[in-house]
Design a protein around this ligand. Sequence first.
Ligand SMILES: Cc1cc2nc3c(=O)[nH]c(=O)nc-3n(C[C@H](O)[C@H](O)[C@H](O)COP(=O)(O)OP(=O)(O)OC[C@H]3O[C@@H](n4cnc5c(N)ncnc54)[C@H](O)[C@@H]3O)c2cc1C
Length: 477
Amino acid sequence: MDEILIIGAGVTGCFIARELSRYQVKVTVLDKENDVGNFSSMANSAIVHSGYDPEPGSLKAKLNVMGNAMYDQVCKELDVQFERIGSLTVAIYDEQLPLLADLVKRATLNGVPVKLLTPAEAKAMEPNLSDNVKGALWAPTAGVIDPFELCVHLMENAIDNGVTLKLNEEVVDIRSFGGIWEVRTKKNTYHAKYVINASGLQADHISGLVAPQTFKITPRKGEYFVIDYTQPALVKHTIFPLPSSLGKGILVSPTYGGNYIVGPSSTVIDDKEDLSTDKPTLDEIKKSASLMVKNIPFHKVIRVFSGLRATPSTHDFVIEEASPNFINVAGIESPGLASSPAIAKKVIEEFIAPKLKLFAKASFNPNVRPYHRFKKTSEEEWSKLIAQDRRYARMVCRCESVTEGEIRDMLARNCPPHTVKGVKKRSRAGFGRCQGGFCGPNVVAILADHYHIPLTEVPYDEPGTNIVKGATKEVGE
Ligand SMILES: Cc1cc2nc3c(=O)[nH]c(=O)nc-3n(C[C@H](O)[C@H](O)[C@H](O)COP(=O)(O)OP(=O)(O)OC[C@H]3O[C@@H](n4cnc5c(N)ncnc54)[C@H](O)[C@@H]3O)c2cc1C
């Protein structure tokens, strides 16, 4: 039996698991997907927001600012790519200037350093800002992060420190017997003293299995464009419009990987699995973004995608004990990524530590084994790697410069990819201009070889999404 069972291996569940792995407690994480970070934590703007915008005093405000401050240390320990590039929130109409001034007050209340810039100062920082810019709010602590890497490295470190991860385990029922929770998935039954519900969009349903529903989660879709690298840079900082009741608005930002993201839209929908994109929405995104930033090279779009925000009816994060020893960590919409290190600390300090004696684990190691990245390594260092393993000389993905050695190393770790998408999320092979046209077959072959399965059994993502359907010709020995 586990002491603590976490439902959900998105960024929230991964951070909580890693934080708990510091202590002598038995922890298991269950997720219905075949990989960690496979839902909202995968499809978002990947901004570690500074925290100037949430309602002062709200959990969102407190945890965003706390979480933001924790990221340097976390990313250093876990070898996660993170850069504090700062953000500019721009006013493009005179009527918006008072709103910009209000944001300064809000930022001050939230404890976030910001500075108001004149149009000339803003344009000096970002030459592609619209000529109509009337002023901007500079927030230097905002950053961009690799959210896939974050989830994977958090879980890898948690597993290194004793946590158990069970994927493909969809929780369908939860009951309490004599103070012990019995959690049934479609395949197995688990028992634990504490359950932490970090199931994202499903958190209202999961909570409803054990207690009367006090909140509802509504999916709110955000669609995006991904734009290829440009020279000179399109923008160097994250460019936001003024926030509204619909959220932070449509941004233009470099990503941690060096290309650009434009989006997200904000559409309330019914279906918690609907990740489609549509032309009218994408056209609206183009229009809105072009009001703030000129020369956006929409002819260089390499992908469109969407993500679903888990919007709570309470308008704030729901972090509560729904039933004795059953903790909801729900409604974690934006700025959930930025807040998640602080969410994990809060859950443990306020809900677990007062009830369960937590003894520090002497063997806890906060660091993951460093990753090798061709793109970020000197020629001399890479030559040394090649001397040890020739597979570091075989370029698998030409757009993103990823070698077979890097993918083999990821497969040898304790939270390995099982799908082409899993390799893409970890290594960036398939993220570039050709979107997997060149590297796709190589990645399928590497996965087939590693797992000793036929090429036809390697899925792109969920079961049934196999790329290789069969042989087109009979090839003799
Ligand atoms: C469009 C968009 C833009 C965003 N931009 C930002 C941003 O720039 N900065 C920021 O700070 N935040 C941003 N966010 C918010 C951020 O992405 C979320 O706050 C964060 O990813 C939430 O993580 P989570 O772990 O709570 O949820 P999820 O990542 O959704 O994880 C929940 C997990 O629970 C699992 N699960 C669900 N039901 C079950 C079940 N029955 N059994 C087992 N497992 C189950 C799911 O498979 C999933 O893996 C954005 C979100 C979106 C959608």
